[in-house]
Design a protein around this ligand. Structure first.
Ligand code: ATP
Length: 310
């Protein structure tokens, strides 16, 4: 296998139209590699094509065109192996209400043909924090517990790649932290993780690499830090002893007076140095009492690439 857990090339998906609605191109030529062992973020505005992409990986939606390799297995040539290499935690909380968590995991393992001796039901229940609910009916589980059970179900066949579709949408902070610590644990053990999220902060914190999808195309794909580094703007927040009046700034620097007497000076870091900005303040007689800097965040990148939709 190459160093990529997933390799996608020329992927297109056109949903057929019907009498009322025309055909819809959801993916329009996607090329994407996901490095083995990474936590990879898939971001994009609503309707960008993320779910379609994930569902194709999961074998739930049939692609129109293109190649998909999962863990080295071509989906068209080795459909069984490529499906066995991936586990998906879906968005919807659809869980059979009549199974207990232990039964649900056993049934799922059976569906994937995992022999009884290789099942790790107790270990998975422990990981997702449901050991004490192993024999409770699913309909008695809280929303958070159901979500954890969905994560458990995605793991029964020991996949090399785990896909999480909006795993923390609408969940409370405690559950979110638990999910993320599980994800980190699994990643530490070598599992490749792909996640979609609407929480840019979360993507920034969790993901090594990120692809941004818009209108069915990949509009950016890079290491998270490189993606953030693409934005040229940087801001210095400066407080001076007295308000500055005659401040002459280097070309390209924008001044904004923030509440509380803070001066925000935004400059293009490839053309202007922080030193030059500070020097301008001092030349205007400003005695600096406090200084901080503001980096662009993923939201800025996202907005600049997708034009603010979503
Ligand atoms: N079964 C379907 N039939 C027809 N069109 C569909 C179908 N599923 C999705 N689409 C359309 O394909 C496009 C991509 O949808 P998709 O659900 O993949 O986007 P998404 O990025 O996951 O959005 P969201 O974040 O809202 O889930 C949308 O325009 C959507 O309306």
């Amino acid at each position: 296998m190459s160093d990529n857990a997933i390799e996608i090339s020329g992927l297109r998906k056109v949903y057929a139209g019907n009498g009322k609605s025309p055909a819809k191109t959801a993916l329009d030529g996607v090329d994407l590699d996901v490095p083995d062992g990474s936590i990879f973020g898939l971001l994009g505005p609503n309707g960008a094509g993320k779910s379609t992409l994930i569902n194709i990986l999961a074998g739930l939606v049939i692609k129109t065109e293109g190649k998909v390799r999962i863990w080295g297995f071509d989906q068209d040539v080795n459909p069984r192996q490529s499906r066995a290499a991936i586990g998906v935690m879906p968005q919807e909380l659809n869980i059979d209400p009549f199974f207990t968590p232990a039964e649900a995991l056993e049934v799922q393992a059976g569906l994937y043909g995992v022999p009884k001796t290789q099942r790790r039901t107790a270990e998975i229940l422990e990981l997702i924090g449901l050991s004490d609910k192993a024999d409770a009916y699913a309909r008695t589980l809280s929303g958070g517990m159901r979500r954890r059970l969905l994560l458990g179900k995605a793991l029964v066949h020991h996949p090399q790649v785990l896909v999480l579709d909006e795993p923390t949408a609408g969940v409370d902070i405690e559950l979110r932290q638990m999910l993320w610590s599980n994800v980190r644990k699994l990643n530490d053990r070598g599992m490749t993780i792909i996640l979609t999220t609407h929480y840019l902060e979360e993507a920034e914190e969790m993901c090594d690499e990120i692809a941004i999808i818009d209108h069915g195309r990949v509009v950016a794909r890079d290491a998270t830090s490189a993606l953030l580094g693409r934005l040229d703007a940087k801001t210095l927040l400066i407080r001076t002893e007295t308000a500055l009046t005659g401040l002459t700034l280097p070309e390209g620097v924008r001044r904004e007076d923030r509440p509380g007497g803070m001066l925000a000076l935004t400059y293009p870091r490839t053309r202007v140095s922080a030193g030059a900005v500070i020097a301008a303040v001092q030349e205007a007689g400003g005695v600096i009492t406090d200084i901080a800097s503001e980096e662009p965040d993923l939201e800025d990148v996202f907005l600049s690439l997708t034009g603010g939709r979503g």
